[in-house]
Structure formats: structure tokens, C-alpha cells
Design a binder for this molecule. Structure first.
Ligand code: X5A
Ligand code: ZN
Length: 666
């Protein structure tokens, strides 16, 4: 449905006219650098370009008490009345355009003109308050957009995700008693020693009155937070609450001073991380995501991160994350204290007994971090796997590998004319050579039948296309009786044809292929097993959660932490016999697994699955938003128990599972 890019070059006019070291970083080149890079990458051309309009006095009045136009000579005097603010003769015009751009974006998304979008604006907005400019911000662009979405579009639940490195205290103040706006902000805090030095930026500020629990603060008490810390914050704090809140719209205060290189943030997360954060948000609110630029002062990091965000909004798969996926101790402490502060208000955080993290000396130096993923440990004695191999070559140099010409392919046994697919999703005609297919099938009795062979031929052809980099993702079908054997062949073929690490998420009654080597190259995750069991760190089984709430905590609390920790370069999702998964649940799982392996995901269905299921999975793998699950029920006690048990078993090896302190069960 498309991505809007809202911009107006007039917004480059406002600039600092005198000497002020604090304010000089908020300069016009921020916008031009971002836009130039979007053009260079061909991303701007793929968006619906909208020219920003000025917000009206009435629209500004949704949030601000009074607005005024001033003479030039008053500007500097006025600037001194506020904290970290400069005014320029053009500032009022620019700020009205910035607020107007946000309104246009929200209108375009909520009227269905586009699916999502980005407003490239300055001045930024999230520090601005009802009657005070603050921190380079004049009007609160995101807050005005939220108020407008409520008033003009009748929305009842809006999620604001503020990933700027500063606390958007302006947004917090404006909605702190409003339960229709869930405001999440992470920010450099350093126990209150970082600007804006506010007590109310801490985790225990959770809103007030009706709005209790609808303000979520995640203060970072150290600099140097990286990809693993940001991903852990999303998986273990923001997303559980966001799914429970079930927003109708997601607004992002998209500041990029939280990216590596930024002088304000001093953080370590790479631009690719913002592709992943964006992708994770796109599974909410039917994919209605409106991002608006806030901070971001390192021009290179800013430009790159803006590209990552737009590319992901456009539906492109996220580049794999680099670096060890091990959250640092300080991040875990912060996440834990925010979870503890929010637990009274959110059932998704209850039951999962939260105890404080033991404080241990923690640093951000590479030496201070726990070593990356060391297989072995107490529970792996039976089948001690070899050390995880180095990342595969095609992921080491993603730039040398041209984007696949085909994003998603559907390889059903007989092309289905009733399938509803995006125009560029191809129904595959091709099949692997007959002799080759037969050779792969030979060891398996269940693959002897003609239908099974035909299906296998199509699957092998698709898989080869993916391994060669011609196709990014796909779905294939197999007769139910041949599901296990087909999956076995797919794994062997993947491993022998270039995959270094293969993640297999097997739903329903599918056993780990008995001849599969225990060498750490395959992570086998079965959802739908009889009981929770970790036979090794690479062989995990859990029952299918009964309730939606349990399913969500299984994905966020187990599947994705393991998957991100493993860093696969190929993902197989198999819906096997008795998988019992509803379409929307299967779609959500597939959409979220798309964050792994550069989106190289192959879904294997049973032949008699409905065309609706095939269609929805193909669309999701292609980058469309999954349907929202609606308000989620609580996880059942059995679901929680299974999850807690597996965490206890696996946490020592898979650090992304940590949500703070946890006492492993004996
Ligand atoms: C939008 C934004 C930062 C202000 C920092 C003042 N403002 N020291 O990033
Ligand atoms: Zn900022």
C-alpha cells in the first residue's frame, strides 16, 4: 500500500545565528544529508512524496497554549528564556511545517492512502511542552499528531515509541494522565546526570490518574548501549506491553542520536538495528506506523539510519545485526526495573515473577561483556556441540550481494488461482531436476509417492533460488505424510549448499531429524511438543501455548531471543501435522522471523492448508503487516510455566533470554 515521505525544503531554513555550543548541532544539513542519502539509495523514489504543509493555529492549539510571531530582535532574548533553544526568523514557519508534516502523514495513513511513512522534519518536537520550547523543539510534532489522530480520526489507542536518546518529557507531560496514549521512551539517563536531568525520566514515572501504566520510561544508566540492549528492551519490555495495549496507530519519535557515532547519545547500536526496531513495530496496528524525525546529530549515522528505517517501511528485509547478541548488565538492570515498575498495570508482565538483578561490576568494554555464545554448559553434556561457526560469507559482506530480484516466491504443488498475492509475488513453475530430487528422496520412505516427489522438487528449486540469492523468501507445500522427511531434506540441502547456521522452527508434531548433526549449525525449535524440554542448547521443544497471551510470550520471550542470539543465515518455518496454529498467529510468527537471516525465510505448509493461509504467509514474508490479533488474553499458568522452565535451562547459553535476574530452576 506504500510509504509516504513528507518533507519541505523550507525546513532547512531555521539555523543558529549566534554562538552557542549546545545548540549548534541542530543544523540544516541534518535534513539534506538524510534526503541525499535516501535519493542515492533509490529509496526516496520508491516513496509517495508529500510536500509538507503548515499546521494551522487550531491544530497547534491541540497541544500548545499560545503561539506567536516575533520580530528578529526579540528572538535571541526569547531564546534565552528556554533551555537549549534558538530561534531564527524562519523558525515559526519551519516549526509549523514540521507539525503539519506529521499531521499529513497521519492523515495519509489513517485514510488508507499509504500503509506507513516518515516525516523528515526540523525543528524536532518531543521536548516541547504546552507553553515552553525546549531542547531544540518548538512544537511537539508527535504529540500534535497523536491529539489529531484522536480528535479527527476518533482513535482510542495510540502507541508512541520514542527511540531518540533523550527523554521526550514534553510528550510525557502532555499525555501522562491519558490512557489512550501509551508513551514509551528509552533515554540516556545516567542516574539523572544527563540532560534534561529530570527525576520524572526514571523508570518509576509510570503516569498518573487514569494514565497509570501508560507512561513507560526505560532509563539507560550507562552509555554504550548496543544492538543487543535495544533488542532486549523491545522484546522484553516494549513489545509485551504494546501487544497487550493493541494500538490502532504507532507513532515513532524517531531520533537517531541513539545510534553509534552520535555525540549526544554516545551509544553503540548500529543503523541496521533501526531496521529491526522498525520491523518489530510493523507487526502492530496492522502496520500503521508513522515515524517523525527528532534528534540525530552525526550526519553519517543519521543518514544511514534514516535509510534503514525507510527501507524497512517499504517492506525490504532488515540486514542482519552485527556484534555479539549479549545485553550488558546495566541494560538488564534498567529493563528489569522498568518491568517491575510497570508490572502492576500489565498482565503480560505479571506471573513472570520478577526479582531484582544482582548487581555485578559491569562495563561496556568488549572485555567486560560476557563472551559470545559459548555452547556447552551443564545441560549440554549429553551432546556437547562444536563452537558456533563464524558468520557465513554472504552475510559478512551484504553490500557485495545484490538485493534478490525476487522478494517472495510461492511454490505450491499446483499453482493456485484463488491465491490473493501482491503483484510481484511469483508462483513458481520450476522444479529441481528429477534425478536430483529422487536422490534426495531415496532415504525417506514417505517421499516415495509421486505427489511427495513433485512437492520436493518444487521446494528444492525454491530453496536453491534462496541460497543463490535470487529469491529472498518463499512458501512451499508438501503432503502431510511427507512433512517431516521434506523438512529433513530441506535442512540437509540448506546446510550443504551454503547456509552456515540454520534456524528451524517446527510447529506441530515434527521431531528433530535423527541423523541431524549436533554441531551447532542447526537450532531446532519445536513448538507443539508434549512438554517443555531443552535436550541441548540447539534442541528445544515447547508445547503450543493455549492462549494468545501465551503465544505472544513464547515468541517474544523464547523464539526471538533464541533466534537473534543464534544469528542464522537461513530460517525454515514448518507448519507440520497438528500444528494447531490459526492464520493470524502463523502470520505473526513468520513476520517476526523475517527479522532473521536478512529475511531469508522459507515456510513449509501442508498441501491441504487453505489458500487463505498460503496467501497470508506469502504476503507477510513479502513484507506486508500481519493482521492484528486483537486484545490478547492472559497466558495460561501452564504456558508461563513452560516458558519459565526453558528460560531457566537455556539462559546460561542464550543471553538474549535474560530479562534481568533470573534464578534457574533445578
Ligand atoms: C531533539 C533532541 C536534544 C537537546 C539536547 C540539549 N534534543 N543539550 O535531540
Ligand atoms: Zn535527542
Amino acid at each position: 500500500m506504500g510509504t509516504a515521505l513528507v518533507y519541505h525544503e523550507d525546513m532547512t531554513a531555521t539555523r543558529l545565528l549566534w554562538d552557542d555550543p549546545e545548540c549548534e548541532i541542530e543544523r540544516p544539513e541534518r535534513l539534506t544529508a538524510a534526503l541525499d542519502r535516501l535519493r542515492q539509495r533509490g529509496l526516496e523514489q520508491r516513496c509517495l512524496r508529500l510536500s509538507a504543509r503548515e499546521a494551522s493555529k487550531e491544530e497547534l492549539g491541540l497541544v500548545h497554549r499560545k503561539t506567536q510571531v516575533l520580530g528578529e530582535e526579540e528572538l535571541q532574548a526569547l531564546s534565552r528564556q528556554f533551555d537549549a533553544i534558538y530561534f531564527h526568523p524562519s523558525t515559526f514557519h519551519c516549526a509549523r511545517l514540521a507539525a503539519g508534516a506529521g499531521l499529513q502523514l497521519v492523515d495519509a495513513v489513517l485514510t488508507g492512502t499509504v500503509q506507513n511513512g516518515l516525516a523528515l522534519v526540523r525543528p524536532p518536537g518531543h521536548h516541547s511542552q504546552r507553553a515552553a520550547a525546549n531542547g531544540f523543539c518548538v512544537f511537539n510534532n508527535v504529540a500534535i499528531a497523536a491529539a489529531h489522530a484522536k480528535q479527527k480520526h476518533g482513535l482510542h489507542r495510540i502507541l508512541i515509541v520514542d527511540w531518540d536518546v533523550h527523554h521526550g518529557q514534553g510528550i510525557q507531560y502532555l499525555f501522562e494522565d491519558d490512557p489512550s496514549v501509551l508513551y514509551f521512551s528509552w533515554h540516556r539517563y545516567e542516574h539523572g546526570r544527563f540532560w534534561p536531568f529530570l527525576r520524572e525520566s526514571d523508570a518509576d514515572a509510570v503516569g498518573r490518574g487514569q494514565g497509570l501504566g501508560f507512561t513507560v520510561n526505560l532509563p539507560w544508566n550507562q552509555v554504550g548501549m548496543g544492538n543487543a540492549d535495544y533488542m532486549a528492551a523491545f522484546l522484553h519490555l516494549l513489545l509485551p506491553l504494546a501487544f497487550e495495549f493493541d494500538p490502532e496507530l504507532v507513532l515513532v519519535s524517531a531520533g537517531f542520536d541513539s545510534v553509534i557515532g552520535d555525540p549526544e547519545g554516545q551509544m553503540q547500536a548500529t543503523p541496521e538495528c533501526f531496521a529491526h526496531l522498525t520491523q518489530l513495530l510493523q507487526v502492530l496496528a496492522g502496520g500503521r506506523v508513522c515515524a517523525m524525525l527528532e534528534g540525530g546529530y552525526h550526519l553519517e549515522s543519521l543518514a544511514e539510519s534514516v535509510c534503514m528505517t525507510v527501507q524497512t517501511l517499504l517492506g525490504d528485509p532488515a540486514p542482519p545485526l552485527s556484534g555479539p547478541m549479549v545485553p550488558c548488565q546495566s541494560a538488564l538492570e534498567s529493563i528489569q526495573s522498568a518491568r517491575a515498575a510497570q508490572a502492576p498495570y500489565w498482565k503480560s508482565l505479571q506471573l513472570q515473577d520478577a526479582t531484582p538483578v544482582p548487581t555485578s561490576p559491569s562495563t561496556h568494554s568488549p572485555e567486560g561483556r560476557p563472551p559470545p555464545l559459548l555452547p556447552g554448559g551443564p545441560m549440554c553434556k549429553a551432546a556437547a556441540p562444536a563452537p558456533a561457526p563464524a558468520p557465513s560469507s554472504f552475510l559478512d559482506q551484504p553490500c557485495l550481494c545484490p538485493a534478490p530480484s525476487v522478494r517472495t516466491t510461492v511454490a505450491l504443488t499446483a499453482p493456485d488461482t484463488t491465491l490473493v498475492l501482491p503483484p510481484d509475488v511469483i508462483q513458481q513453475e520450476g522444479s529441481a531436476l528429477r534425478e536430483e530430487t529422487e536422490a534426495w528422496a531415496r532415504p525417506h520412505k514417505s517421499l516415495a509417492r509421486e505427489e511427495a516427489l513433485t512437492a520436493l522438487g518444487k521446494l528444492l528449486y525454491l530453496l536453491d533460488g534462496m541460497l543463490d540469492g535470487q529469491v529472498n523468501s518463499g512458501i512451499a507445500a508438501t503432503p502431510a505424510s511427507a512433512a517431516a522427511a521434506t523438512l529433513d531434506v530441506a535442512i540437509q540441502r540448506g546446510l550443504s549448499h551454503g547456509a552456515q547456521r540454520l534456524l528451524c522452527v517446527a510447529l506441530g508434531q515434527l521431531d528433530r531429524p535423527p541423523d541431524l548433526a549436533h554441531d551447532g549449525r542447526t537450532l531446532w525449535l519445536n513448538i507443539g511438543g508434549k512438554e517443555a524440554a531443552a535436550l541441548s542448547m540447539f534442541h528445544v521443544s515447547t508445547p503450543l501455548p493455549v492462549m494468545t497471551g501465551g503465544f505472544l510470550s513464547c515468541i517474544l520471550g523464547l523464539v526471538l531471543p533464541l533466534a537473534y542470539g543464534f544469528q542464522p543465515d537461513l530460517v525454515l518455518v514448518a507448519l507440520g501435522p497438528g500444528h494447531g496454529l490459526q492464520g493470524p498467529h502463523a502470520a505473526l510468527l513468520s513476520a517476526m522471523l523475517r527479522g532473521l537471516a536478512g529475511g531469508r525465510v522459507l515456510a513449509l505448509l501442508e498441501e491441504d492448508s487453505t489458500p487463505q493461509l498460503a496467501g497470508i504467509l506469502a504476503r507477510v514474508l513479502h513484507g506486508e503487516a500481519p493482521p492484528s490479533l486483537g486484545p490478547s488474553s492472559m497466558a495460561s499458568p501452564e504456558d508461563v510455566q513452560a516458558l519459565m522452565y526453558l528460560r531457566g535451562q537455556l539462559e546460561p547459553q542464550w543471553k538474549m533470554l535474560q530479562v534481568g535476574a533470573f534464578t534457574p530452576q533445578k
